[in-house]
Design a protein around this ligand. Structure first.
Ligand SMILES: Cc1ncc(COP(=O)(O)O)c(C=O)c1O
Length: 414
């Protein structure tokens, strides 16, 4: 099996660090990739479930652009809808009818949605959700989950991160996932100040096993928050439209007051949405929140096409099936090599970890060996399936993984 080299990626990176802080910043940065030499950093070709790096190496992509790619890169119907719209209007001085059509579509498809508001990135709408909750309750404080991620606004970052200040966290309580007693304690002490509880539908931190909601957890959260006069916000930016077309809360059987979506909503075109219940509509109207590109119409058309296809094809069921095949296959393969693969989270966006080495070095080495043979895996973040992955892709991935296990065994033993 060919072991990939990344000479051109390295050349581009050397150019990048001269003119871009960090070279490649944020979650696409090489920083979390270890061993760093196993990964490419630049690509300008992607199609279906694959991308090719600047050295011409081909990858079956299990990161899906960190979630936005859900139907396959360059999906013909989504691209046709996008091109058709931008050929007549994209940025414009007044709003596009496509925005209204998309809001109508979301209100029809998502049980919780009586209104929809659009922006570009996930953090735009998690911020908007918090502002709406504060406006509606007249309260300051937010309860979130330890290790939960909602974007890069200063209040969402871990205390001590570069550029944040202590005051950024003054109005935030972080409690452990699935811990109702911790929630009770905060409500007992600070109940009258709590505007909202915000969490992802299941817990998907980085560098840690992911965790599903315990039986009845979410319903109890909703009941306790409502009893306290507070708002429940689901951050479905990462999982949205991969578990259920009505919002991941429908998959778990509960109803929040607002849901934030982004990533998969338009198959890679820049868009996010906040949806909410009628009770919050007036406050959502009063909160001032806008952006230079938030009304660009191309992405509304792309989202309409993407969501219609995902719904018609039952994309969430397909991604679950593919995820189960992939993770089940990898678990069996690991065991045939004498290792234990822990699979957590949801099959459509699973988190995998080899339990045989707590330092994660073995896990990092194995993901690197898979990547340099053509199955792009990260070791610190959940992966993503798309509807464009095929059972043949999974089969090929398992062959790659088998070779990767043999390679790490030489390095680490069993
Ligand atoms: C759960 C969750 N919320 C919010 C965000 C922030 O989205 P964005 O990076 O588009 O601002 C992310 C991004 O990864 C996310 O995974």
């Amino acid at each position: 099996m060919n072991i990939y080299q990344y000479d051109k990626s390295k050349e581009w990176f050397q150019r990048a660090v001269k003119v871009i802080p960090c070279g490649v910043y944020g979650h696409f940065s090489p920083a979390p990739y270890a061993p760093v030499e196993a990964y490419p950093f630049f690509s300008d070709k992607a199609e279906g479930a694959r991308f090719w790096d600047v050295d011409g190496n081909e990858f079956i992509d299990y990161m899906c652009a960190y979630g936005p790619m859900v139907l396959g890169y360059h999906h013909p119907e989504v691209e046709a809808a996008f091109q058709k719209q931008i050929s007549i209007s994209d940025a414009n001085t007044v709003a596009s009818p496509r925005m209204v059509e998309l809001a109508e579509f979301l209100c029809e498809m998502i049980p919780v949605a009586d209104w929809a508001f659009f922006a570009r990135n996930g953090a735009d709408v998690t911020n908007m959700a918090v502002m709406v909750a504060r406006a509606a309750t007249g309260r300051d404080k937010i309860i979130a989950i330890k290790g939960g991620y909602h974007g890069t606004s200063p209040w969402m970052q871990a205390p001590g991160h570069h550029g944040t200040i202590a005051d950024d966290h003054d109005h935030l309580f972080r409690i452990p996932w699935n811990d109702l007693e911790a929630l009770d304690r905060i409500l007992a002490e600070h109940g009258s100040q709590i505007a909202a509880f915000m969490a992802s539908p299941f817990h998907h931190p980085i560098f840690e096993d992911n965790a599903l909601p315990a039986d009845g957890y979410w319903q109890q959260v909703v009941d306790k928050m409502h009893e306290n006069g507070s708002v429940v916000i689901v951050d479905d930016v990462r999982a949205g439209f991969r578990l259920h077309m009505g919002g991941s809360n429908e998959h778990y059987g509960f109803k929040p007051d607002m849901i934030a979506f982004s990533k998969a909503i338009a198959n890679g075109h820049a868009l996010s949405a906040l949806v909410g219940t009628d009770d919050l509509k007036v406050d959502a109207a009063k909160v001032f929140h806008t952006g230079s590109f938030w009304y660009c119409a191309g992405s509304f058309a792309a989202a309409l096409a993407c969501l219609n296809i995902l719904k018609a094809e039952d994309g969430p069921a397909r991604m679950r099936m593919l995820g189960e095949k992939l993770t089940g296959g990898l678990r069996d393969l690991a065991s045939s090599h004498g290792y234990t693969m822990i699979v957590s989270g949801e099959p459509a966006l699973p988190y995998l970890r080899l339990a045989d080495d707590e330092t994660l070095m073995l896990q990092q080495a194995w993901c690197g060996e898979c990547t340099r043979r053509g199955a792009f895996f990260t070791s610190h973040h959940n992966w993503f399936l798309s509807t464009a992955h095929t059972e043949d892709d999974i089969e090929k991935t398992l062959q790659i993984a088998d070779e990767a296990f043999k390679a790490v065994k030489k390095q680490f033993g069993s």
